[in-house]
Design a protein around this ligand. Structure first.
Ligand code: CA
Ligand code: CA
Length: 349
């Protein structure tokens, strides 16, 4: 491990021990990737099988739209983006679908893998065991900057055991899969003969043909007709979730109304990985089918490789995280996995 890699891993440990909002955990990406080449190869061999028989995809007619917003720091500048037609999964990838992928390929997610102590000298071996971050409501918090009060690194937590070894997927087969790092999502998409959406495709699809001037993708009212229309957080975050929308954590996909394009849970339920690297400002260089910048940069954590996530999760509330609102962006270390992050896929025409 070179000094930069060790610094990156140190940041990972520090991030976890001090904070995790929706966007901070970091790790040594190069080291992890190189240790799992065999797994990646296995996935490539089996990628023809796919999930097309179980996932309805929605045809998204391309067009030109004003992407971004002047309301948020990292959604500028507004610029007209042209997109070609594409297909998008009507819902987030579910546990049942991910289980099929694992059964066919033997894929092991990042959260399920051990880190080699030789690569991390001096680091407590407990922290190198397979684990992932799980939200746990604290009894009290002094302020909402104290993220470690509600995120815990749980040994054994992964897509099969969302809250750790004593948890189960029974009854949650049609909930979105969680504890998914970016490479896990990309591996599934490749197996399915699909890909992850670009950030532009995701935003265009989420608007469902709306102009983009609404507060929420569904309109300007938080509760149209006094009904919750997305699985987000109600109550006093993070202490008391009143579950007014019916769900404390994930909900079965398609539990809330679809958008005008027929897409479900584009807001809330789980965050969804996109293929773009994160930068705090949009580029103006490519305005047709943009795939994002060539590298990432987050001023808050400049040494961490981050990609974009969209749509917010069951933990979003105006009290703490507004990133389920129209045009807003999420970001996370590509090696991050938590129990509120999943994905959906797209496919070219
Ligand atoms: Ca909820
Ligand atoms: Ca979602």
């Amino acid at each position: 491990m070179n000094p930069n890699q060790f610094f990156s891993f140190s940041i990972f440990m520090l991030s976890f021990l001090t904070s995790y909002a929706q966007d901070s955990l970091s790790c040594c990406a190069e080291t992890v990737a190189s240790r799992f080449e065999k797994i990646s190869a296995a996935v490539q061999v089996n990628k023809k099988i796919g999930d097309s028989k179980t996932t309805k995809m929605i045809f998204i007619k391309g067009g030109v739209f004003a992407m971004g917003s002047d309301l948020y720091a990292d959604t500028k500048p507004l610029r007209n983006i042209e997109l070609s037609d594409f297909w998008m999964d009507e819902h987030e990838v579910t546990n049942a679908q991910f289980a099929q992928f694992v059964e066919e390929t033997g894929y092991v997610t990042l959260a399920e893998r051990s880190l080699d102590p030789k690569d991390f000298p001096g680091v407590d071996t407990v922290l190198l065991r397979p684990s992932s971050a799980v939200f746990a409501a604290p009894e009290r918090v002094r302020n909402l900057d104290d993220h470690m009060k509600w995120w815990r690194l749980v040994e054994g937590a992964c897509w099969k055991y969302p809250e750790g070894k004593n948890s189960t997927l029974v009854g949650r087969e049609h909930h979105p899969v969680v504890h998914i790092a970016h490479e896990d999502a990309a591996a599934y998409a490749a197996w399915a003969g699909k890909r992850l959406p670009t950030e532009a495709e995701w935003e265009y699809a989420a608007r469902g043909g709306n102009s983009g001037t609404h507060i929420y993708y569904w309109g300007d009212e938080l509760k149209p007709n006094n009904k919750w229309v997305a699985n987000i957080y109600q109550g006093n975050f993070p202490i008391s979730n009143t579950k007014e929308d019916g769900f404390e954590t994930t909900s079965p996909v398609k539990s809330f109304p679809a958008n005008p394009y027929g897409l479900y849970d584009m807001e809330g339920n789980v965050w969804e990985w996109c293929s773009d690297f994160y930068q705090p400002r949009y580029e103006l260089t490519t305005l047709k089918n943009p795939t994002g910048p060539s590298s990432s940069f987050d001023p808050r954590e400049p040494h961490v490789v981050k990609k974009v996530q969209r749509g917010g999760s069951f933990l979003c509330t105006d009290q703490y995280c507004e990133r389920y609102k129209a045009s807003t962006r999420g970001k996370a270390d590509v090696n991050t996995s938590t129990n509120n992050v999943g994905f959906r896929c797209v496919k070219d025409i």
